[in-house]
Write a protein of this length. Sequence first.
Length: 256
Amino acid sequence: MEKQSHSIYDKLLWFFWSFLGLFLGVIPSVFFLIWTEQNTSYSLLFPSQSLPLLKLQSQSLVIICLFNLGLLFAFGFFHSLLAQKKIQKYFDAVIPERFFRKFYVFVTGITLFAVTLYWQKTGVELWSIFNQSNTNKVGSFILFWSIFSIPVLLLKHFNALEFLGLTSIKESGPVRLIQNGIYKYIRHPIYTFTLLAVLTTPVMTLDRMLIFIGFFLYLLVGIPVEEKKLISLFGKPYLKYKQNTPALFPRFLKKH
């Protein structure tokens, strides 16, 4: 009877953290991607006049840009902080280790959603290739989601459901260091193609460019933090892989 109660309790916990991970983690993260592709348009979810929650439109463009970058850096701070094993140990008493990935996805979604709620739209357009706005919108949609489909497909090398925090209560299988395919040329192709999706558009606003710049700057810090775990996991093979393979952009000239 006691074992049965424990099993029911485990399942309830799994459903609770899965709910948080999916509805307050994955879905807000997807919304952030849509919001980015739409050049930070609020009309997707809320009446534009009600947002942002904090209005700084009376401030200079420089202050607004710095504020927006600060939002992205705040997301990056929590994203990298919670990825640290030392930090995760502080949550052990509250969040069992097997549910921590769901909690991590939940925090990712909430912080990205906060970025959209407080983002100060600049209203500055950097370039527009086509004269008709509808053509620009369709082109942006096709380019963004075509390029972003590559990172999605790359998740096949991993447990995609585990990556999203949606797996059942089971032990993960053995991990392996992937060095073939696109990983032969860059270590983090998911980041590379995500950045490319944001940058490649027929109509570029300053807001979208700030998102690109903010995430690129974050990756300069976030990748070394992430790779500390990979080095501890794979050891010398990863160090050799890191030495021979660039992080984000392929090396067209071989090192001698």
